[in-house]
Design a protein around this ligand. Sequence first.
Ligand SMILES: NC(=O)c1ccc[n+]([C@@H]2O[C@H](COP(=O)([O-])OP(=O)(O)OC[C@H]3O[C@@H](n4cnc5c(N)ncnc54)[C@H](O)[C@@H]3O)[C@@H](O)[C@H]2O)c1
Length: 330
Amino acid sequence: MVKVGIIGFGFIGRMHLATLRAGGLAEVVAVADGDASRLARSGAGDGNIAIEGDTSLVDVETFEDPNKLLDSENVEAVILGVPTYLHKSYILKSIEAGKHILCEKPMVLDANEGCEVIAALEGYDRVFMVAHCIRFWPAYVKAYELVREQIYGHVLSAHFVRNSPKPLWAWDNWLLDEQRSGGAILDLHIHDVDYVNYLLGKPTEIAAAGIREGKEGIGQIVALYTYADGPVVSLDGGWAHQPTFPFRMTFRISLEEATLESDGAALHVHTASGEHLVPELLPGDGYSREQEYFFACIRDGKTPAIVTVQSSLEAIALVEEEKAAIGRSG
Ligand SMILES: NC(=O)c1ccc[n+]([C@@H]2O[C@H](COP(=O)([O-])OP(=O)(O)OC[C@H]3O[C@@H](n4cnc5c(N)ncnc54)[C@H](O)[C@@H]3O)[C@@H](O)[C@H]2O)c1
């Protein structure tokens, strides 16, 4: 079994630990976090999705200095769950250390940093993948198959929604600092931006409007993607919501012969012939499925094809185009 080290033991680092333990796909041998108090925490922790499973660090080597984890020959693969402004430096250090790398999304803070990462990965013979979990989320996977195989004809329109209460749980409140997180548009909304790019490719035109919340950056976004060959897609996302508002991700895709609808968990297919189908989905969630794929790539010596380095950069570039469009719309 591949031996894994997790760097950054906040919400997503803990989610990765619990998910890996439940799936038994790899062995977490080490965890590092720059804030020692984070290594002493117990319980499910924080974030907008409940973490179920074992996040204890019993029998796991812990490091307050992540460089020591990277120096450890016992660690073959790293999962990077540090704040986004630190992704580039940890990716570069992990490449230097010769590890397989699963880096959380967004790959980096901006497209310039993305180009530096792509240059550093030139000729790298280990697996590198950005954890764009929505490409692996079962309802989204099934919708992708139905659309790409044109089971119900072409896409006419689509609507993606992703909303969360304001994330007050992050270490040092880094999420509410645009300089460190990129704001909701890069941190949260990018999930749908990336999925739409995966599903339909780069739009011909992007229009967008958003709410800027001072140093927190753009907290709420409505974007409209149009394609020369037809589809019109709207994306609504952000975290400008009150504490008791529940996290929600939903979508609707209208095709010539069916309308697909999802609450993020199930997929409903309403066909032109009047049927309402609820297809069986893959087991697990986007986290377990992305891990399964990442470790299969390591085992089989393959470069990830579902999420590529290039597609990870494209998602950031699309967010930057939305930001420019928001600037234009005043
Ligand atoms: N795929 C998803 O669904 C998803 C969900 C949440 C977060 N994320 C991404 O995961 C990353 C982390 O987000 P989070 O919500 O877990 O944040 P978090 O604040 O909960 O955790 C970040 C952790 O990094 C640690 N840290 C800070 N500086 C460090 C350093 N220099 N070296 C090592 N550790 C350091 C902090 O102590 C903290 O424990 C972000 O890039 C975020 O966008 C992805």
